[in-house]
Design a protein around this ligand. Sequence first.
Ligand SMILES: NC(=O)C1=CN([C@@H]2O[C@H](COP(=O)(O)OP(=O)(O)OC[C@H]3O[C@@H](n4cnc5c(N)ncnc54)[C@H](OP(=O)(O)O)[C@@H]3O)[C@@H](O)[C@H]2O)C=CC1
Ligand SMILES: N[C@@H](CC=O)C(=O)O
Length: 446
Amino acid sequence: MAPHQPTTPQSATKSSSPSSEQPIALTLGVLGVGGIGKEFLFQLTESHVLEGKIAIAFIANSRKEIRFKTPFVPSEHNRELLETLFDGTNDLAIWAKNLYEVLHVELDIVTCSSLLERQRIVLDDVSPSLSDDSNNQDISDALTKESLGAGNTITTKPWKKGRYCIVDMTSSDEIAELYHVFLALGVHIVTPNKKCNSGPTARDQKCRGLSSMSWSTASWFYEATIGAGLPIISTLRNLTSSGDEVYQIKGVFSGTMSYLFNTFDGSTPFSEVVKTAKKLGYTEPDAREDLNGQDVARKVVIAARESGWLDASIEKTSIESLVPEELRACSSEEFDDKFGKLYDTVIAQKFADAKKRGNVLRFCGSADLRTKELKVELMEFPMSHAFANLQGSQNVVEIESKRYNPTDSCCLTISGPGAGAAVTAGGVLGDVAKLVARLGDVEVLV
Ligand SMILES: NC(=O)C1=CN([C@@H]2O[C@H](COP(=O)(O)OP(=O)(O)OC[C@H]3O[C@@H](n4cnc5c(N)ncnc54)[C@H](OP(=O)(O)O)[C@@H]3O)[C@@H](O)[C@H]2O)C=CC1
Ligand SMILES: N[C@@H](CC=O)C(=O)O
């Protein structure tokens, strides 16, 4: 493989990682160190409960990767130092330099310049022998259930099968495209990235199959794909796995859209409120993904699939977009420049009209499993309605089922902050903790 370009000295003095003495439960490959990924690493270094159980094999953004020669164990004695090193910069080359010079951690820094290269580097980390293949498609095709065969094992190097987990904190579809390869290799996935579980149904079902079949040891956890750290997916799973029947899920699924309509009162231009939501870390990497309803549509599709409607899809969803037609395909700079000019007065008028009727605006999503309808739309609610009384980035999700229904009792309602680094990274770390608990504290690895 060509892309390996070590820019750090190869022979470090010593590793400060106490890994060789620790009963490591899980080794992580961390993809994406933006708002969520960085907070995830902070929380991991702060977690007393997980301390000493987790090692990190690599940390990557879209351009670079820090590859630890011995999986690195964030621990009590390097926590303060790590927080200082990670603070204030997203530049992996600087992290690598500090980790090497200050903590004497042995590592390589690998540079990649294309998505394909990124895929190859990740596959190389997960299983070096497989990524020597000339074509990723060959690799994917080779890893079908048939070719693996029941009971067959592939030994991932240098980690033992079942003890390695990719934490995907990107929003990349190309990384989602690799999930079935990871799962087929027995590599677990934990992610807040919605691209796979809301994406093409065939791909989603392949991954669901791979993570639930008895011959596969790999798990796929994605609680943070709806409501950030709120227990929405686990609740839907509890209902369906215990025989309840989900009829409908509806609510305010977007932290960004909730913040926008809870905050906008006509005094500050709407486009300025969007910029604040971005600064607060609520928006998708491209805020248009929130404003055009795609992010809510993904969550509605995920909720529907978790409730048993497996071929629910974005294509079947009726979506109202708040992004003007002429700004849908332009650069993000052009969008930032023109959105206010084109849309501020439009939304101010909608707000004023709703107010005259004694109502507020809320951007909602719904999945009706009886009528097979999926909707994302801007709606009006009177102040007496639960959806009207939200604050900040608060989400509210109402689940109507055979057991929880408005006739006999009332819906099951889950509510709380639905976006932002702390709660989302917490949700991701919660999934990692679940995985560690599932695997048990068996002493393996490193
Ligand atoms: N923000 C929130 O409140 C919530 C976010 N999420 C989800 O969490 C994920 C991350 O969001 P957030 O941290 O805000 O996004 P950011 O844009 O802040 O960070 C994304 C990170 O992913 C990296 N990346 C992108 N493509 C690749 C790739 N192909 N390979 C490796 N790394 C890549 C980026 O690298 P680079 O800098 O080089 O581009 C960057 O480090 C998204 O899927 C989002 O939908 C889910 C729930 C809530
Ligand atoms: N952009 C999303 C982030 C979480 O999924 C939102 O605002 O809800």
